[in-house]
Design a protein around this ligand. Structure first.
Ligand code: TYM
Length: 320
């Protein structure tokens, strides 16, 4: 046990991980390893709340774990495991479910969107309660996520207040950690909707492991507006603003500096510079991904699950 503050976050194995996942969340997962005690999960139980192919699901869990490791989550410093291998998550979810209000769950934006698309099921409705259990099972202080998880984090905090109020102080109130830029990376094909792993159009996202030529083509083809100015303005120029954030993240250069360099350069040269920066930023991730053996990842995940179970069980004893 360490006395450093603790962090939990999770990612669903439901499609290719993309640059939005990296900028919104995974980049902070990696950075927080320096100062926090870190717990990270591939949340496979969550991904079962929408239709999936069982054979593909198995492959996708391993692949997601491989990408997270390639991004820089270090199994020596983080407890990184598969959610379904630690049954205490589901047990705590049941207990939290007894103090969660159905009205609040029905009002969740993601529930409304997903149930319109995939049909309703109880798992989809109680999804945020399982997410609260993920966070609380390690009694963490902070949760690095993208902007789209804000409502779920609010519910978690409500459950903490309710649980502690009824049964005694047990859980810290977890803080949401989002990056200043890129907490909501938008689709390259429609800058009004967020970049998503489950978008049927693969041109809408840059996968973390795709080949550089494909990333370049997608960025060159990104939807922008007709005026030629490179300016950071989400109301008037969402496509360009999204590309500016991608470039600022990838190159480490501040947006005002990019605006003064590319302001009048025209979209072609600007997009080419964005593509160069993104390709360079992703190259080491793709390299590490290709060098990692599936069997090695499976072994790491098995071992981490044993440790995670011991840790989770310590919390469950207090909860029970
Ligand atoms: P998921 O799997 O959809 O996404 C993983 C993380 O990536 C962030 N993200 C984005 N950030 C910026 N721009 C985007 N376009 C973008 N798309 C995704 C997400 O905010 C997330 O941080 N419910 C969660 C998984 C989860 C979880 C948890 C997270 C389950 N239990 C406990 C934190 C704590 C989800 O569906 O993430």
């Amino acid at each position: 046990m360490s006395d450093r503050p603790r962090v939990f976050s999770g990612i669903q194995p439901s499609g290719d991980l993309h640059i939005g996942n990296l900028i919104g969340a995974l980049d902070n997962w990696v950075k927080m390893q320096d100062t926090y005690e870190t717990f990270y999960c591939v949340v496979d139980l969550h991904a079962m709340s929408v239709p999936y192919d069982p054979a593909e699901f198995e492959r996708s869990r391993l692949n997601t774990a491989k990408v997270v490791l390639a991004v820089g989550v270090d199994p020596k410093r983080s407890l990184f495991y598969l959610q379904s291998q630690v049954p205490q998550h589901a047990e705590l979810a049941w207990i939290l479910g007894t103090i969660a209000g159905i009205g609040q769950l029905e009002r969740m934006t993601q529930y409304k969107e997903k149930s319109d698309r995939s049909g309703q099921n109880l798992g989809l409705l109680s999804y945020p309660v399982l997410m609260a259990a993920d966070i609380l099972i390690h009694r963490v202080n902070a949760v690095p996520v993208g902007d789209d998880q804000t409502q779920h984090l609010e519910l978690t905090r409500d459950l903490v207040v309710r649980f502690n109020g009824r049964f005694g102080e047990l859980f810290p109130l977890p803080e949401r950690i989002t990056p200043e830029l890129g907490a909501r990376v938008m689709s390259l094909q429609n800058p009004m909707v967020k970049m998503s792993k489950t978008d049927p159009d693969p041109d809408s996202y840059i996968s973390l492991t795709e080949d550089p030529e494909s990333s370049r083509r997608k960025i060159m083809g990104a939807v922008t507006d007709s005026d030629r100015k490179v300016r950071y303005d989400w109301d008037e120029k969402p496509g360009i603003s999204n590309l500016l954030e991608l470039m600022s993240f990838s190159s480490g250069r501040p947006i005002p500096e990019l605006e003064s360099e590319f302001g009048d350069a025209g979209y072609g040269p600007f997009k080419k510079a964005v593509a160069d920066a993104v390709v360079e930023r992703l190259a080491p991730i793709r390299g590490r991904f290709k060098r990692t053996e599936d069997a090695e990842v499976a072994r790491l995940m098995q071992k981490a699950a044993l440790d995670a179970r011991t840790r989770a069980e310590a919390t469950m004893r207090l909860v029970r």
